[in-house]
Each structure stands twice: as structure tokens, then as C-alpha cells.
Design a protein around this ligand. Structure first.
Ligand code: BES
Ligand code: MN
Ligand code: ZN
Length: 517
């Protein structure tokens, strides 16, 4: 398969952008700037920005774009509107960097420089984790640049795809170790997001569970993670009746991938367990889905891809905490052996489940995986899944749902998602909803009806968390962008990858969270 992304080289220099060999310079201008007062820019553009401002063509409004020649050497500048100074955040910088980088690629330019970013850094509010504004800006820029170097049309055989960026210089910038490390961090976080996006974009006929497991192994080995791939016999040996129950409808055997990060400087007594839904295609099974939009269900492994990407970043950035990643992988198909409504499955934990709808398969494979994470010593659990249409109804397409306990653990995940640029918001998981899962014949059912469907799904998962601190991130609405935005092309978003990585990097702040609140 052709590559869907490339990580460009990103340099930091104290030189001015026009002194580099970049063909195009990307700058940001605030709505409350006066272009005539930006002396260097005013001179090199011969006053063009000021004239565009006067005409009303470009006034620095967020994500507006102005392209203008600079000097006489054929260089050009792309200016991106940055909105009001007071509204500047790291997330906004990441997005501005994406808009600028995409604009360069559209103009078929591959060597670019970011100019005037010292001025952007000066507008940044102070960081709560004590990083300098330069570092925050450098990391966010690097993430954005790499995220822009992704193409969803990886199977196109014509030459309609925009070229990928080759090299980027950030200037003029403090080029000390702190900023260089920040750029390196941003590069890794962008790259692993793209790896997850590439996996989510891959069609169901190529990314079958066996292939998904091979790809996970390759990414993990490259990052220096421990990898173990359990086949159907090993999964049977663990008596994972829910994962096997879903897999029975398919000719393709299931897999369970286990990734391990065990640093020598790990915080004692703490193991972060990351679990991702890996349904490589969800037909719904015997409770089959309607034809319309069923093609979208190739991305039903986005949670699994997020865990793979995050674990790679955790290893490469040497997060100071033991982490295990677990990804159960299977298709959900309506084959002759498929589970049927009314069937009863026995989970690895021993709890029995009455299947009322075979399309509620994600919670089944995750239940067995959550149990396994506990067997392997996890003390803190986070699972990520494209779990319910109900979550999309509740929160829409920009915000992932957070479900879990205790509140402090949910809040830690929410803050990590803010740092990552992934929006998320807490939802209730009170036990009152549990009666919706009551079964006459088994311990509980696998669906709780239409009311509060995202919540009852979370309560099902909670049954398998053994009372540990646990958060479930429902990314059904956020894993795939259906509309192109200036900073986000249509397609897989890589949501939750950077959230999970940021969470592991901040382990010191949550290591003392326990199930009591
Ligand atoms: N993978 C789907 C959830 C989904 C729906 C993701 C739409 C992205 C967009 C999940 O397996 C599913 O089918 N859930 C059902 C559960 C229901 C049968 C209780 C749903 O949400 O309809
Ligand atoms: Mn389903
Ligand atoms: Zn599904």
C-alpha cells in the first residue's frame, strides 16, 4: 500500500525565514495586529498585506489565508489569520500550523519556513506545566506540520495527490535544547497520530485482524515496545467467550495484541492499562446494519489504532510509567456460525451475558480485554472505542464522551485530552441506569435500549473493571471527520492518540489516584 503520510525534517533556527532556502514562508497574523507596523513583513511584501487589509480581503480572522509574493527571488508568503491575541492557545497554534502547511502542499511546495513565530510565542499565556511559551509553540507547530502531511487517498493511482512537505524551518526561534526537545516531541506525537489515521483509513478487506496484528507488531517493535500476539487458540485458552462469540461469525480468526512499555525509571506500583476496540469491520452481525453508510464501519478499529499509536509515542518519549496496551481484534460478521440474538456468552471473568443485539459487539470484546488488563497487573484503566451511535447523538462530531470513576481520574483524562487538542466531556455513569441491562436468564444483557445508550454501554464495560479507576472514551463521533475543515480534512482524525500519550507523560500527577474518591 502506498504511504499515507510522511514525517518531514523540522529544524529550529535563529535566522530570518527569508535567509533560509524555503520556497514559501508561513506566518500568522492576529486580528488585533496592524500589518503596516510589522516592519519586516511590510517591507518584503511591498505593503501588500496592508493593502489586502484595507480592501477587507484579509483581516487576520481565524484560519483566513492570504498568499503574497515576497522580495524578488520568487519566494512567497502564506499568512494565516490567528484571530484575537487573547484567544490564543496551543491548540489554536497546532491548527494554524496545519492550515499553513496544507496551504503550502496545495501550492506544491515542499520546503517551507515558519516565520515570525517568536511574535506568536510572545502572545501565549503561561503554561501550567511550566514549559516556556517557545517550547509550547514549537511543539504545537511540529504536531500541526506533521498532521498536515497525511493523505487519505492512498489508493489513488493518478497524480492528483498533493506532494508531502520535505523540510520545515521554524524561525526566528530560540534554538536551545528545550525548544529542540519540544520539536522532537511534537514530531513523534504527530507521526503516531498519522500511523493511527493510516490504520483507520485502511479498508476492511485489507486490514483483517491478522493483518492488523502484524501492523501493530511492526509499529511496536519499531518503537521498542514488547509485543505479544495471541491467536484464536490462545484466546480460547483464556476462555474469552465474548471475544470468541463476536469472532464466530467471521471466516477470519481473531487476534489479541498485547503491547508493553516497562521503563527502568517507572513509578512504583502503577501500571496504566490502555485498551482499544479493534473491530476491523462491523456489519452488525445477525442484527445487521442498514446498507447506507455501512462502509464507514471500516474505522471501527480506531480505538485500537489509537492505543497502538499512543503506546508507540509512550515508548519513544520514554514516559516514566509502566503501560500495557491491549487490542482485541475481530470482524463482526453474520456468518453461519455467528452468535444470534438470545444466545448466551460466558466472559473470561465468568460473568454471563444475554445477547439481545449482535451489533453491540464492541462492549463484548472490550469486556474480556479489560479483564485481561487486570490479570496483567493494570492499576489504572482507560479504554477507547467507537462504541455507540448514541454518543454521537449526545455530543456530536467534535467531542468524545468520557465515562468513568472516580471523578478525579476522569478529570485527569479530560485534561490530557485538552493538552492533546482532542475535545472530550464527562457523562454520567450512575448505577441507576444498570437496571436497563437486566436479564431474566443471565447476569445481564448486552444492550440497554435507546434511552441513554452511550451510558448503558459504559455501565456494561464497568462490570469488567474490577473497581479499578477506569475511564471509557467513546470516539464514535470523533474518529472520522465527515466534513473538511481548514485544519482537518475529511477522514480519520487520529483522535485519542495524543490524549493517551499525554496521560502517560503526566503519570506523576495521577499516580496516587485510587478508586476511592
Ligand atoms: N460501531 C458501532 C457504533 C458506531 C455507530 C460507531 C455509528 C460510529 C458511528 C457499534 O458497534 C454499534 O453498532 N453500536 C450500536 C449499539 C446498539 C445496538 C445498542 C449502536 O450504537 O447503534
Ligand atoms: Mn456494532
Ligand atoms: Zn462496532
Amino acid at each position: 500500500m502506498p504511504t499515507a503520510h510522511r514525517t518531514p525534517t523540522i529544524g529550529v533556527t535563529r535566522r530570518m525565514p527569508f535567509e533560509t532556502d524555503a520556497d514559501l514562508v508561513i506566518g500568522a497574523i492576529f486580528e488585533d495586529d496592524r500589518p503596516a507596523e510589522l516592519r519586516v513583513l511590510h517591507e518584503v511584501t511591498g505593503g501588500e498585506v496592508e493593502r489586502a487589509w484595507q480592501r477587507g480581503e484579509f483581516k487576520g480572522k481565524l484560519f483566513d489565508v492570504l498568499v503574497t509574493p515576497v522580495g524578488t527571488g520568487g519566494q512567497r508568503a502564506v499568512l494565516i489569520g490567528a484571530g484575537l491575541r487573547k484567544d490564543l492557545t496551543a491548540d489554536r497554534i497546532r491548527r494554524i500550523a496545519i492550515v499553513g502547511s496544507l496551504a503550502a502542499r496545495t501550492r506544491r511546495v515542499t520546503r517551507i519556513a515558519f516565520g515570525g513565530w517568536d511574535r506568536v510565542a510572545a502572545a501565549m499565556p503561561p503554561d501550567q506545566i511550566g514549559r516556556s511559551a517557545d517550547e509550547t509553540v514549537a511543539q504545537a507547530c511540529a504536531e500541526g506540520i506533521v498532521l498536515a502531511n497525511f493523505e487519505g487517498g492512498s489508493y489513488k493511482t493518478d497524480d492528483s495527490l498533493r506532494p508531502m512537505l520535505d523540510s520545515v524551518e521554524l524561525c526566528p526561534f530560540d534554538d536551545g535544547a528545550g525548544v529542540r526537545d519540544a520539536v522532537a516531541r511534537g514530531l513523534v506525537l504527530g507521526e503516531v497520530s498519522n500511523i493511527a489515521r493510516e490504520l483507520a483509513n485502511e479498508p476492511g478487506n485489507s486490514l483483517i485482524p491478522r493483518v492488523f496484528a502484524d501492523r501493530a507488531r511492526a509499529v511496536a517493535e519499531n518503537a521498542g515496545l514488547g509485543v505479544e500476539v495471541l491467536d484464536e487458540a490462545a484466546i480460547g485458552g483464556l476462555k474469552m467467550g465474548m471475544l470468541l462469540g463476536v469472532a464466530r461469525g467471521s471466516h477470519e480468526p481473531p487476534r489479541l495484541v498485547v503491547l508493553r512499555h516497562e521503563p527502568s525509571n517507572a513509578i512504583k506500583g502503577v501500571t496504566l492499562g490502555l485498551i482499544g476496540k479493534g473491530i476491523t469491520f462491523d456489519t452488525g452481525g445477525i442484527s445487521i446494519k442498514p446498507a447506507e453508510n455501512m462502509d464507514k464501519m471500516k474505522d471501527d478499529m480506531s480505538g485500537g489504532a489509537a492505543v497502538i499509536g499512543a503506546m508507540a509515542a509512550i515508548a519513544r518519549l520514554k514516559a516514566p510509567v509502566r503501560c500495557i496496551g491491549i487490542i482485541p481484534m475481530t470482524e463482526n460478521m453474520p456468518g453461519g456460525q455467528a452468535m444470534k440474538p438470545g444466545d448466551i456468552l460466558t466472559s473470561a471473568e465468568g460473568k454471563t451475558v444475554e445477547i439481545l443485539n449482535t451489533d453491540a459487539e464492541g462492549r463484548l470484546i472490550l469486556g474480556d480485554a479489560l479483564w485481561y488488563a487486570r490479570q496483567l497487573g493494570a492499576t489504572h484503566l482507560v479504554n477507547v472505542a467507537t462504541l455507540t451511535g448514541a454518543c454521537v447523538v449526545a455530543l456530536g462530531k467534535t467531542t468524545s464522551g468520557l465515562f468513568g470513576t472516580p471523578d478525579r481520574w476522569v478529570e485527569e483524562v479530560r485534561q490530557a485530552s485538552e493538552r492533546a487538542g482532542d475535545r472530550s466531556w464527562p457523562m454520567p455513569v450512575h448505577d441507576d441506569y444498570k437496571e436497563q441491562l437486566r436479564s431474566e436468564i443471565a447476569d445481564f444483557t448486552n444492550t440497554g435500549g435507546r434511552a441513554g445508550g452511550a451510558i448503558t454501554a459504559a455501565l456494561f464495560l464497568k462490570e469488567f473493571t474490577g473497581g479499578l479507576p477506569w475511564v471509557h472514551i467513546d470516539i464514535a463521533g470523533t474518529a472520522w471527520a465527515e466534513e473538511t475543515k481548514p485544519y482537518q480534512p475529511k477522514g480519520p482524525t487520529g483522535v485519542a492518540v495524543r490524549t493517551l500519550a499525554q496521560l502517560a507523560l503526566a503519570a506523576e500527577s495521577w499516580a496516587n489516584v485510587t478508586s476511592e474518591r
